[in-house]
Design a protein around this ligand. Structure first.
Ligand code: DGL
Length: 260
């Protein structure tokens, strides 16, 4: 029988999924969690679907050994390429993340929406199928080549980052977008930089809050909420430099190195 105090598992190709973890743990503060950063294998976004599926299975096996009761795939690339296969293989409930194009499509006035995501997400069948439902808007898609690597190397505020963001965002501004959808869980860490480039009229959307609400709903539907009212305990694992993960979390906790 599933024990409700068992942790919620999270994984990402690296540290970016902590942007999702932060939203979930804010909404569900009494849940225990385990976060796995597969940073050694980042970026996933340039890998084949087959490679992404294999990495996802390896991550899920690790989290299930730790007795996770639900898994949040805190990575758009992993979700759009492998969620179907994960759901077909494992009995545990999965929450996936996809670029939040729905709210942007509903509220856009210029009917032009920028989507910044990895190659793996933008070229996925799942993203293509979702995007084509919104016939009223045009998506200005941009692959964020190099952004994940810079974030994984702790270079969020570097000159290289500013240059890449300018290169990717200026054409979107010229296209008159009024929403920018961040389709990669690493990118919320770039919001301050992005805001320096975009005019105030362009709104930025990411998926964190929606994923947190969905996680709560699925826990409730499956009777998996932790009834213990004390603050949850959190474990972090990475197969790369623990300091980078530690820095992005911005609170004092032990990050465990894992040879994985
Ligand atoms: N955080 C992952 C995502 O949401 C990054 C993918 C990558 O490693 O390229 O897509």
């Amino acid at each position: 029988m599933q024990n409700n105090s068992n942790p919620i598992g999270f994984f990402d190709s690296g540290i970016g999924g902590t942007s999702i973890w932060k939203e979930v743990s804010r909404l569900l503060p009494n849940e225990n969690t385990i976060y796995l950063a597969d940073s050694k294998n980042a970026p996933y976004g340039i890998k084949s679907k087959k490679e992404i599926i294999e990495l996802c299975f390896k991550n899920v096996d690790f989290l299930l050994k730790k007795k996770c009761k639900l898994i949040v795939v805190a990575c758009n690339t992993a979700t759009t390429n492998a969620i179907k296969e994960m759901r077909a293989t494992y009995a545990v409930p999965f929450i996936g993340i996809e670029p939040a194009i729905k709210p942007a499509a509903i509220y856009s006035k210029t009917q032009k929406i920028g989507v910044l995501a990895t190659k793996g997400t933008i070229t996925s069948e799942l993203f293509y199928e979702k995007a084509k439902q919104y016939t009223n808007v045009n998506f200005v898609e941009q692959i964020g080549t190099g952004l994940v690597e810079l974030i994984e190397n702790g270079k969020i505020e570097s000159e290289e980052m500013t240059q890449l963001l300018n290169q990717y965002l200026q054409p979107m501004i010229a296209e008159n977008i009024d929403y920018l959808v961040l389709g990669c869980s690493h990118y919320p860490y770039l919001i301050a930089q992005i805001q320096k480039i975009l005019p105030n009229s362009i709104k930025i959307i990411d998926s964190g809050e929606a994923v947190a609400k969905q996680t709560k709903n699925i826990l409730m539907q499956n009777n998996l909420r932790n009834s213990n009212t004390k603050k949850g305990e959190h474990l972090f694992f990475t197969n790369n430099n623990p300091t980078v993960l530690q820095n992005i979390l911005q609170f004092s906790t032990n990050v465990n190195y894992l040879d994985f």
